[in-house]
Design a protein around this ligand. Structure first.
Ligand code: ZN
Length: 193
C-alpha cells in the first residue's frame, strides 16, 4: 500500500487539518527522517498553500485546528502546534495552544525547525572587519584591552590562538592571553590569516 493510500485510509479521505475533501495531497512534515506515513499528513491545497506561504495566511481558516489539534497522530499535532504558534498573535490560537499537550518526542519534532533557524541567524560571531569567526581561529587584538580583574593590559597586535565562541553571546569570544583565559569582544579583534 502506498503512503497516499495509507493516509487516505487513516483520514477517511479528508484533509487532516480542516476536513476538506478536495485537492488532497501528501505533505511530509519537516524535518523528516524516514519518509513513512507516520511523518506525513494528508492535507488540502488550501492548508498546504498557507503552510508554505505565510503571506497568504487567512487566520480564520485555521479555526479548524480547534478540532484537529486533538488528533492522535503526532504529525498532525506537530502541524497544528506550528500553525497555532505562528498565529498566536491573533489571541485565540494562543488559547488553543495553552490547551495543547504534546509529549516530549512530538514537541521536539514540532520545535525542530525554529531551533534550526535561530542557530542560523541569531548567533554569528563577527570580527571588526565583518568576517565570521569560528571556534579554533586565531585573531589579533586591534586595540589595547584592559582585562578586568586580571590587572594587565592585552596589547594591540597580540595574537590569540584557538579562540572559542561564547555560545549565547555573538559579541563575545574567549581566548588565552598572558596565560589567562579571558573574554574578548568580537569588535576588538580581527581574524588572522
Ligand atoms: Zn485543509
Amino acid at each position: 500500500m502506498s503512503i497516499e493510500q495509507k493516509l487516505q485510509q487513516r483520514s477517511e479521505s479528508h484533509c487532516e487539518l480542516c476536513r476538506a475533501t478536495d485537492n488532497l495531497l501528501v505533505y511530509e512534515v519537516p524535518p523528516r527522517s524516514n519518509g513513512q506515513a507516520d511523518e506525513c499528513v494528508l492535507i488540502c491545497a488550501t492548508c498546504h498553500e498557507q503552510i508554505e506561504q505565510p503571506e497568504k495566511e487567512d487566520p480564520n481558516h485555521w479555526r479548524c485546528l480547534n478540532d484537529s489539534m486533538w488528533s492522535q497522530i503526532p504529525a498532525v499535532q506537530v502541524l497544528a502546534w506550528r500553525m497555532l504558534t505562528r498565529l498566536s498573535g491573533e489571541g485565540w490560537p494562543q488559547e488553543l495552544l495553552d490547551n495543547l499537550y504534546l509529549d516530549e518526542t512530538t514537541m521536539l519534532w514540532a520545535t525542530a525547525i525554529s531551533d534550526d533557524q535561530e542557530s542560523d541567524d541569531a548567533i554569528r560571531h563577527i570580527d571588526s572587519n565583518g568576517t565570521q569567526l569560528e571556534s579554533g581561529d586565531t585573531v589579533t587584538l586591534i586595540k589595547d584591552l584592559v582585562v578586568k580583574g586580571a590587572n594587565f593590559t592585552a596589547k594591540r597586535g597580540t595574537a590569540v590562538r584557538g579562540i572559542s565562541l561564547v555560545a549565547d553571546n555573538p559579541q563575545q569570544i574567549e581566548g588565552r592571553v598572558n596565560g589567562q583565559q579571558i573574554v574578548i569582544l568580537t569588535q576588538f579583534v580581527k581574524k588572522s590569516g
